[in-house]
Design a protein around this ligand. Structure first.
Ligand SMILES: NC(=O)c1ccc[n+]([C@@H]2O[C@H](COP(=O)([O-])OP(=O)(O)OC[C@H]3O[C@@H](n4cnc5c(N)ncnc54)[C@H](O)[C@@H]3O)[C@@H](O)[C@H]2O)c1
Length: 337
């Protein structure tokens, strides 16, 4: 049966990949993309589908109660990506993170409650669990881990997760939550580490590596994440949380060396810089629940091939990121007056 999806934050990195994925995998479905087009939202990510009759873009905020309620009332389900997503920005100023990630999620939940009968999938992150030690590699985040967020970003996402849980417990809403590890792939805003490093290196610059470079992340290809989201949207049990990982733990140093190798550049291009405040040491996801309930495992995340394809994508799509860098430069100049 065909479905109408409301996707929030669909002009961002994961949201735009998800829209592509759904339009390819579910020819009967249609999508409304509600996005505020903040600094990280980019309609270029969706230029190839903008004239597809199954796709419609709405420029607006998830905090706009009237608009959100109107859109939710004419769709069958909601997939909620919209967020402020960059940890470093949340350390500079958490205000927008609380506004969008917490209050915006509340507006969406209120609308789903008011309209009744709609499923909402909330896209969250492994960062809500806090940090794992480096010396216990067997320990991974399961869905039963307590929430111990360490950055303002992670705290805002954990708050939204708890709101989603509370709306299930109190009002019986049909909600599901996914908590995913670090994504990589095409269309990621070039402030995040992989596109940041590739684009800097392509411009002849060095790459700044935080602290000792030993922090570990579990890297997943964005389309593996999108596939898992679609599966949980369609088959997940109401009220459940599903962790989604790439089974691909790498230290930041290992990641940086891999990028340099793929670009045939020397290690001297690395500059160690002061560590991020409160920098979580290690994230690692246990994929047991996704495997046991759905037989799902990541299929596209294995390195070096998946990383090579991603590095190549940024090298082959320089005009995509050069437009973003030019816009960011112009914004900085405007801000300086
Ligand atoms: N990137 C990752 O590795 C990762 C991992 C796990 C979970 N997540 C989660 O996935 C979601 C998407 O992350 P991303 O990396 O694609 O982020 P992104 O920053 O690339 O995209 C965020 C999108 O949300 C939009 N947006 C921001 N505020 C809005 C508002 N008030 N109303 C409507 N739209 C708004 C932006 O314009 C942008 O298009 C986030 O919820 C994030 O917490 C990300």
């Amino acid at each position: 049966m065909s479905k109408k999806l409301l996707v929030t934050g669909g002009a961002g990195f994961i949201g735009s990949n998800f829209i592509h994925h759904v339009l390819e995998q579910r020819p009967e479905d249609s999508i409304v993309n509600l996005d505020l087009l903040t600094y990280s939202g980019n309609l270029d990510n969706l230029s190839d589908v903008e004239s597809d009759p199954r796709y419609r873009f709405v420029h607006g905020s998830i905090c706009d109660r009237g608009l959100v309620t109107e859109l939710v009332s004419s769709t069958d389900c909601v997939v909620h990506f919209a967020a402020e997503s960059h940890v470093d920005r949340s350390i500079d100023d958490a205000s927008a993170f609380i506004q969008t990630n917490v209050l915006g999620t509340q507006v969406l939940l209120d609308a789903v409650k008011a309209c009744g009968g709609r499923r909402m999938l909330h896209v969250s992150t492994d960062e809500v669990y806090g940090s794992l030690p480096l010396d216990q590699p067997e320990v991974k985040f399961s869905e039963h881990f307590s929430l111990s967020p360490n950055s303002p970003y992670a705290a805002s996402k954990a708050s939204s997760d708890l709101l989603v849980r509370a709306f299930r417990q109190t009002f019986g809403l049909d909600v599901v939550t996914t908590r995913c590890s670090n994504n990589f792939g095409p269309y990621q805003f070039p402030e995040k580490v992989i596109p940041c490093f590739v684009t800097r290196l392509a411009q002849g610059m060095n790459v700044p590596l935080y602290g000792d470079g030993k922090n570990v992340r579990d890297w997943i290809h964005v389309i593996d994440h999108c596939e898992a989201i679609l599966l949980v949207l369609e088959q997940g049990r109401a009220g459940e949380v599903y962790n989604v990982g790439g089974d691909n733990e790498r230290s930041n140093l290992e990641l940086t060396h891999a990028i340099l190798d793929l670009m045939d550049l020397p290690k001297q291009r690395i500059e160690l810089v002061a560590d991020r405040l409160g920098h979580d040491r290690r994230y690692a996801i246990s994929g047991t629940k996704m495997k046991e309930e759905f037989g799902w495992e990541p299929r596209r995340s294995a390195w070096p091939e998946a990383l090579r394809q991603t590095v190549d994508w940024y090298l082959n799509n320089q005009s995509w990121w050069q437009r973003i860098l030019a816009r960011a430069n112009a914004d900085r100049q405007d801000a300086r007056g």
